[in-house]
Design a protein around this ligand. Structure first.
Ligand SMILES: [Zn+2]
Length: 420
């Protein structure tokens, strides 16, 4: 039995909008699974080693449910165009570089380490169209202790120079890639880039493979108005964008759809009824001038909403920054809605960046017993204040502001994957 005992101010989002705080408490895991949170150390553990972080904050680590690994080298660049021009001008040429396996190894090694250091321990990630680079990405994530899903991207139309597959290649490369996905913590996910990039034949085949191999699916939905027009022209038989995925068996309760900025009542109902997951990527939506997704409305309607950094449309890997971006976007939405819709509180947005994704990974919200232990330890001792702050106040500040190097340790699946 491997026992891990972390001592500190334990903070988790057990329910949407509700924090559970145990000051100077003990978070205990056995064989990587959470046993419980205790105010006093149970007698049976008296002889065990305690990782004592003193007055630090011990909180859930993050799930980044939508990001593009091969866009990592262009993070912070190309922020002067809307989506479709941005893809052709910056993104496709950058992703095409991942044909080079040495380049892929270097970039993905760094990306995986940076995710761990920033407290992101679960991901659902797009790779490029390249089979080998996708396997390298999975290996680097696995080695860094990150868990979750990665998809080799499929695209057989509307790509860039040197960045498009034939339909046959796209299918056969996907099948060959799947045969080699034997990682413990990083699993494959079917990844049609988005409807404009995938022919009907390819979509059909991907739906078939997902069903046959029981794989989850990720793609993009209703991000930008230019994209909506394009989809309408490509699928005149579909009344709405989501139907282009549903038609080919790519629309179910293990489907992640990034953005949903322009999803109207009918589309949001289809998302909810199918149990599809809407991945809100606020920073990206603002950077690419896509729009402000009705994030709080979706939550209220019972849609499964989770958060994504969507790098490099998003400009930050840190989920702290993506959480605050989501809060700001929800406030912009409120202003645009004549103050009729609610905005997200800090607790609520933290829940979306952590616990909301738990069911996707077969777990319960918060530090629930039985969950794999995913946590980060944050120090904030050098930040100024005029009076002693409560743990709740320190948590709220930490979401917006952290001291340099404040993340002291990160745990994934009960293992320490980062420390300083
Ligand atoms: Zn994306």
């Amino acid at each position: 039995m491997e026992t891990l005992i972390i001592k500190g101010n334990i903070i988790s989002a057990a329910e949407f909008g509700e924090l559970e705080i145990t000051e100077n408490g003990y978070l205990i895991a056995e064989n990587g699974k959470i046993k419980g949170i205790y105010q006093e150390l149970p007698r049976e553990y008296e002889e065990s080693k305690v990782e004592d972080y003193g007055d630090a904050l011990v909180m859930q680590s993050f799930a980044d449910m939508h990001l593009h690994a091969p866009q990592y080298p262009m993070l912070g660049m190309g922020m002067d165009m809307p989506l479709l021009e941005w893809l052709n001008t910056y993104t496709f040429p950058t992703e095409a570089c991942f044909k080079d396996q040495d380049f892929a190894r270097r970039a993905y090694h760094r990306l995986a380490r940076e995710l761990a250091a920033k407290g992101t321990t679960r991901v659902c990630m797009f790779s490029s169209i390249h089979r080998e680079a996708t396997l390298i990405l999975m290996e680097e994530l696995e080695n860094a202790g990150i868990t979750g899903y990665v998809g080799k991207v499929n695209m057989d139309r509307n790509g860039g120079v040197n960045y498009q597959e034939t339909t046959e290649e796209s299918i056969s490369e996907t099948v060959k890639w799947l045969e080699r996905c034997n990682f413990e913590h990083i699993k494959p996910m079917i990844t049609p880039r988005f409807t404009p990039s995938c022919s009907n034949e390819l979509m059909q085949e991907l739906g078939r493979i997902a069903k046959e191999k029981n794989l989850p699916i990720q793609s993009h939905l209703s991000e930008n108005t230019g994209e909506l027009d394009m989809v309408k022209k490509l699928h005149p038989d579909c009344a709405q964008y989501w139907e282009t995925y549903q038609k080919y068996g790519l629309w179910n309760d293990r489907t992640l759809m990034a953005h949903c900025v322009w999803s109207d009542d009918r589309e949001r109902k289809a998302i909810k009824d199918a149990g599809v997951w809407a991945v809100h990527c606020a920073a990206s939506n603002e950077n690419l001038v896509s729009g402000y997704a009705p994030v709080r409305v979706m939550v209220n309607e019972g849609v499964n909403v989770v958060l994504g950094s969507d790098i490099a449309g998003g400009d930050h890997l840190s989920m702290f920054k993506n959480i605050t971006a989501a809060i700001r976007a929800s406030k912009a939405r409120r202003i645009l809605d004549d103050w009729k819709t609610e905005f997200l509180s800090v607790e609520e947005a933290f829940y979306l960046g952590t616990s909301a994704a738990a069911p996707f990974f077969g777990e319960k919200p918060g530090f629930a017993p039985g969950n794999a232990l995913h946590a980060l330890v944050l120090e904030d001792f050098s930040l100024p204040s005029v009076r002693p702050l409560s743990v709740r106040e320190r948590f709220g500040r930490a979401i917006y502001r952290r001291e340099h190097g404040g993340i002291r340790a990160v745990y994934s699946e009960g293992k320490k994957i980062f420390s300083k």
